[in-house]
Structures are given as structure tokens and as C-alpha cells.
Design a binder for this molecule. Sequence first.
Ligand code: PLP
Length: 390
Amino acid sequence: MRGWQFFMHPGPTNIPQRVLLAMARPAVDFTGAEFVALRDACLARLKPILKTERAVVVAYAASGNGAWEASIANLFSPGERVLVCESGYFSRNWAATASAFGLEVEILPTPERAALDVGMLGERLARDARREIKAVMLVHNETSTGMRHPVAEARAAIDAAGHPALFLVDTISSLASYDFRMDEWKVDLAVGGGQKGLMLPPGMSFTAANEKALAAAQGARSPRRYFDWRNMMKEGRQASFVGTAPMHFFYGLEAALCMLEEEGLENVFARHRRLARATRACVDAWAAGGGPQVFPLERAYASDSLTAVLMPQGHDADRVRNIAEARYGVALGRGLTTLQGRVFRIGHMGDLNEPMLLGALAGIELALRDAGVPFGRGGLEAAQAALAAP
Ligand code: PLP
């Protein structure tokens, strides 16, 4: 294959040269003043991205699963009940983490192509007269379906029920791609990851915990060590990684934060929105000819960071993916578990611009043609028109 690969996975995403080069350096003393200053500054600079002033951010030398594990291990005791809002593969795996720690996991079901029903959430909490539900867990951006779930509205439902449950939100594939407001939405614990909108290699994740979550952690009896905040935090901030600090991630993170700050967070969001709209305009044109369609049924909940594309009956998404990658150098995300073969996913988050997106969409269209998948014409024109709109 000659030329660039168009890497359109919904995480990890394109890693900018500036981040890669910042990481290409010798190790330093991870207890020394230079690294400690870098660590503290980076953790502080994550706060405006999370839109929190109050929360304590703790980073982990682990992929997102590690931050999930930290969220469960630090907040709960075995036997406690949590309510997981079903959104797809990632909500199920966060629930599995909770089950592994001996929690009673209750799933709030959601139909396959729909967003969380906040009315149902409110009803369930109102019925919990004995206040047995210790936490509501929600994935903001469900990366397996390309769906944005309504965090502010979920918070309002919890408040309307007068329920004291903690509110835990996974913002791994929304953070730094579209709006997440930890303080305003009264999210007690947010889970983040480096390899999506923050444009880092996989292997760094973090949690942000507000005072309510930190208070809950005091009484938690789950077994924990590597992810134990008591071993990691001192005087209300992170002071240790228990083991060796992942220092190179911080050099990379510093570069990524500079890039986000230079562009301006709201401009980053606007760019993601534009790229998402263009992608969906293209897929809608394909769908009009009996071809692949945007997975979320309601457009208001379609994610700005990736688009899951549902194949027409009888056509295999993985065949399209394989052709796109092998012949045209366009790498796409696969459908996960129940969606395998039915869906391919176009990541449009992180270090991406208009021509990169258009190139990728053109490559996918070639792959659809080669795979004999029907599709409506005019997808690329529709994407260009969406990009040209003010
Ligand atoms: N949560 C979401 C929304 C994700 O998209 C992912 C990974 O893609 C995870 C959690 C798990 O993170 P990781 O695969 O980095 O362990």
C-alpha cells in the first residue's frame, strides 16, 4: 500500500506528530521536581476540558478499563446495587467490571437504536423507596453504536426523584470531542481515556471525582491496591501511581493539551460537529439508494465523535471494512459483539480535518462498490455541501 493510511478508528485515533515527537525522549526521575511539575500541570489542565473546578483528577497507567476498575473499586462495597443504563458493548463491560467486584448490577434496558429513556430512569429511581441503588452509571458516548446519551437530562431525572445515588459517567469517547460538563451536570465521577479526543496512544486513563464521590470512597470496602486512591492521593490530589509513573504519556498529554488550548475547546467541538454532520450527510445519501444507514434512529442523539453505519440486510460490514483497508488504505472500526458484521464505525474524532474525512468517505464508497453493496449516489457531494455550510 502506497501513501497514507486513513486511520478512521474510533479509538485509538490519529496520534499527531507533535504528540509522538513530545514522547520521543529519554526517561526522567519520576519522583523528581521536573516530572512532578509536569504531572500536576497536566492534571490541572484536564479540568477545563472536563469542565470541573472541584473534582480531583487521578490518572492511571492503564487503558480505559483501568479507570473503570478504579471507579468501581474505590466507590463501592461488595453486595451494593448499581443501576447501569444500557447503551451497548461499553455499558455492558462497565457493568461486568462492577459484577466482578461483587456488586449487584441492575441493567436499565434501552432499545437497540435508541438513546437512554430518562423517564424510565426517573421511574426506576422513584420506585427505589429503600434507596438501595448506590449509583447510576451511564456512558455518555457509546462507542459501539455512535450514540450520545443525555447526561444532563439523566441528572435532572435523578434530582426529580430526589434520589441520593452517585452519578457515574464514562466520557471516554466524548471528552475533548464534544461538550461534557462535569460540575454543571453534577456528575460525581467521570471516567476518561487518553486515546480518543486527547489523541494519545492507548494506555492512559483517568477518573475525576467530586466531593460526594470522595466521601463515598471513605466507606468503600472493595479490594483494591494498584487503583487505590488511598495509595495514590495525598492532600486532595494525586501524589503517586503506586508503581512507576507513565511519564511519557504526560509528555504526550502536555503536547495534546497545548494543541487543544491553541485551537480552543469550543472550536474543537465545532470542528467535530462539522465532520460528524458531513459524515452523516454522506451516509444519508448512501441510505437513500437502499444502502447503509446511520445507526442511531434519532439524529439528535447521533454522536459527534463517530458514526456507526448499519449495513443493508444480507451485506457484511466486515467485508466492506476489509476491502476498504486492504485496497484503499481506509481503516474502520468493526461492529462489536451483537453488531459484528452488521455495523462498521467511522471514527471522526481527534486529529482530523476535512480532506482526511472526504478521502476516507471516498475510500469507503469504493469499497461498497467493490463489495456489491447497493448505495445511493451523491454521498461525497452531500458531505462537501455540509462542510461548505456556515
Ligand atoms: N468506554 C468507552 C466509551 C470506550 O469507547 C472504551 C474503549 O474504546 C472503553 C470504555 C474501554 O477503554 P479501553 O479499551 O481503553 O480499555
